[in-house]
Ligand binder design. Structure first.
Ligand code: ZN
Length: 338
């Protein structure tokens, strides 16, 4: 009960990549880089195990960005045709590659690295992939014309990748859909359909991570405009509760999300964000426990997975490590009191 997990990413060590950056460049190259990624992933698997985290990830140590590192391996995208695009409904601008033809996946993207990580641990392992809607909100389109059509095309590629990851031993496939918290009508009209396509036929648990974004300046400023009560999740949770996805995440730590919104997810496992992903401080185990107990007013503990609010890529390594320890210790405090 109250098995702990993380949204997905963890900081890459400073010897491997430029730290505390969203797309920090690699510091190694060639065979050294490949060895370095594996060493960094192995270290985070050990850190997660030592901290007492139950459901592990590779910390996304093999990627520079949660969307682009997948798209770099997809055909039909011209990496040289750059378009400046307002991301997440113009919250910030990013220069992105452009889809110029039908997309296809010439070969597996993450499967070899996953096999390596699978060999490191007997814990439940989750693998994260970008969600179809979020991909479409992170890349320019000069081919499909309709976002829904482009998203469905990417969903098919994600499904191919996910099936191979499951065959290689992934216990949970999670799709990261921060865009779900921005384009509510699209989620209900076609977003969940594309998630269903991406997860079709997977012989594993499925999850979707939805959040208010990394703890970066742009997101922190945006959050300040959202008012005292963040009710965005209310607009999509009814459809998600009716979906075939098993696990749904939400941000609960240091956020203005009313915990009552979890009451909508009656049929789901809920990943309760119990540590924030801002770099300023590490929550105490007692604070984590208080967040979990608050969630328990709306969700039975059997359906709660204490989690991080979002990915921890942009925060300092030691802060992330401290947050892992507090997350596990906070869950233990609650478990021991039940
Ligand atoms: Zn997130």
């Amino acid at each position: 009960m109250l098995e702990t997990t993380i949204a997905g990413s963890l900081p890459r060590p400073a010897w491997l990549a430029e730290p505390e950056a969203l797309k920090g460049a690699w510091k190694l190259s060639g065979a050294d880089l490949e060895d370095g990624k594996r060493r960094a992933a192995a270290e985070w698997i050990k850190h997660q195990e030592d901290a007492g985290i139950d459901i592990l990830t590779d910390g996304e140590q093999f990627r520079t960005h949660f969307v682009h590192s997948f798209l770099e391996h997809i055909d039909g995208i011209d990496q040289n045709v750059k378009t400046v695009m307002g991301i997440r409904d113009n919250r910030y601008d990013l220069e992105v590659p452009t889809v110029t033809g039908p997309v296809s996946r010439p070969k597996p993207v993450h499967v070899d690295e996953f096999k390596y990580v699978r060999g490191l641990t007997n814990h439940t392992l989750k693998f994260t992939l970008p969600g179809p809607m979020t991909i479409c909100d992170t890349i320019a389109d000069a081919h499909y014309g309709r976002r829904a059509d482009m998203a469905m095309a990417f969903a098919e590629l994600l499904n191919q990748e996910a099936r191979e990851l499951v065959a290689a031993g992934a216990d949970i496939i999670q799709f990261d859909e921060p865009a779900f918290n921005v384009f509510f009508d699209d989620v209900n009209e076609w977003g969940i359909d594309t998630l269903h396509r991406a997860s079709e036929g997977l012989d594993c648990t499925t999850a979707v991570h939805i959040c208010y974004g990394y703890g970066i300046e742009e997101n922190i400023r945006w959050k300040e405009t959202l008012g005292d009560e963040w009710r965005q999740y209310e607009k999509i949770f009814p459809a998600l509760n009716a979906s075939r996805i098993d696990q749904i995440s939400l941000e609960c730590a240091s956020s203005h999300v009313p915990h009552s919104v979890m009451g909508i997810l009656k049929d789901k496992i809920v990943m309760v964000g119990a540590v924030a992903v801002t770099p300023d401080r590490v929550e105490t185990p007692e604070e984590v426990a208080a967040t979990i107990r608050s969630a328990m007013e709306f969700v039975d503990p059997e359906r709660i997975l204490p989690c991080t609010n979002c990915g921890m890529t942009p925060i300092p390594y030691d802060i992330a490590l401290g947050k892992l320890k507090s997350l596990a210790a906070g869950a233990t405090l609650v478990r021991d009191s039940l």
